[in-house]
Design a protein around this ligand. Structure first.
Ligand SMILES: N[C@@H](CCC(=O)N[C@@H](CS)C(=O)NCC(=O)O)C(=O)O
Length: 209
């Protein structure tokens, strides 16, 4: 079984790259940054007209986009890897809630700050949009911080794809220093996830903070 992952260092493709390594699935990484002009964008456009990473080509040629959907698909396809709580359990409810929260509420704020021009044409308004997105991210992290009860991972005793998703996003704006100072409960759980040898290896080639 071989996958093709379209991504860029430090971006949303990191969680998929980490999970593919954890499950031991063969994959090819295709650099396809949405932030570079030229060949990489052309490659990305061919698989995701929205010009976003990650995109994953499945072994049968099916293209998947949307990070949370890809993570769920991989947990279903490789159940023995144990990277999601079992359906019907309380841990599963917590897992689905926060995975969707991060994808729908948190990740979507980068759609604004990555390219504010698509929300408001006049460049004089872009700073305001970027600042608003940043404030929203801080508020969302703090909401999650107040609600989760790691034990010691975010949904219990085992690390799953939600832990990896959260750890990846903790490297993004508002940044690791802010995250550690303002979300100590989450940060402690993230530190445990990042101590996993596979996670540590993949994150080391994607993040320098
Ligand atoms: N909803 C998408 C969001 C993906 C996304 O925004 N990726 C960023 C990189 S981390 C991107 O491609 N930004 C460029 C853009 O939005 O045009 C997902 O969950 O996969």
């Amino acid at each position: 079984m071989s996958f093709t992952l379209y991504g860029a260092p430090g971006t949303g493709s990191v969680c998929v790259e980490t999970v593919l390594e954890l499950i031991g699935a063969g994959f090819r990484f295709v650099p396809a940054s949405p932030f570079e002009d030229g060949e990489e964008v052309a490659r990305l456009k061919a698989v995701n007209p929205l010009l976003q990473v990650p995109a994953l080509e499945l072994p049968d040629g099916t293209i998947m986009t949307e990070s949370a959907a890809i993570l769920l698909y991989l947990t279903e396809t490789y159940p023995d890897a144990g990277l999601a709580p079992a359906p019907g359990t309380a841990e599963r409810a917590v897992f689905l809630r926060w995975l969707t929260f991060l994808a729908a509420n948190f990740y979507s704020t980068y759609a604004i700050s990555d390219k504010p021009g698509r929300f408001y044409e006049d460049p004089s308004g872009h700073d305001m949009l970027v600042r608003g997105a940043l404030a929203r991210r801080r508020a969302l992290w703090q909401l999650m911080e107040a609600q989760v009860e790691p034990a010691p991972y975010l949904c219990g005793a085992n690390m799953n794809v939600l832990d990896i998703y959260t750890a990846m996003m903790s490297h993004w704006s508002p940044g690791r220093a802010w995250f550690k100072a303002n979300c100590p409960v989450l940060a402690q759980s993230v530190a445990r996830t990042e101590a996993h040898d596979v996670v540590a290896r993949v994150f080391a080639r994607n993040f320098d903070d």
